[in-house]
Design a protein. Structure first.
Length: 154
């Protein structure tokens, strides 16, 4: 396993829509292993392939005791919403209030290419949506909730 360098904004790969994975082989497993290693080295809780310079539709999540990859993920159902403050390894020192769905159902592939559906709620749903945005060229700065200063209100 290898720790890879995390790409930072404004690198153009962060604004690129990722290509779907079509080959499910040992190279894909090596990529996922490297992504987990990199996420851990940077003290992250999620990482998408564009964040290590690869325009591939793969993300990994490591939150509490859960660790899993999602390959070619897409949200097929969502409910509710909440606003949470988010940070991003590709935007160090920036935190933004982002509105996300509270509960999502995600269709994706396993490392073997099998179709699966999983449901996520709460903060885990936030992490998955954040990383999925990276696969679509979106960043937290695109979703920021504007803040109003009390000095501006009369």
């Amino acid at each position: 396993m290898t720790v890879r360098k995390v790409v930072e904004y404004p690198d153009p790969i962060l604004r690129t829509i990722s290509s779907k994975i079509t080959v499910f082989d040992d190279q894909l497993q090596f990529l996922i292993d490297d992504m987990f290693e990199t996420m851990d080295a940077y003290n992250g809780i999620g990482l998408a392939a564009p964040q290590i310079g690869l325009s591939k539709s793969v993300l990994v999540v490591g939150y509490k005791k859960l660790r899993f990859p999602l390959i070619n993920p897409r949200i097929v159902e969502s409910h509710g919403f909440s606003i949470n403050q988010e940070g991003c390894l590709s935007l160090p020192s920036i935190h933004v209030d982002v509105e996300r769905k509270d509960k999502i159902k995600v269709a994706s592939k396993t490392v073997n290419g099998d179709d699966i559906e999983q449901e996520f709620s709460g903060f885990l749903a936030v992490i998955v949506q954040h990383e999925l945005d990276h696969l679509n060229g979106k960043l937290i700065i695109d979703y920021g909730t504007p803040k109003v200063s009390l000095k501006e209100v009369d």
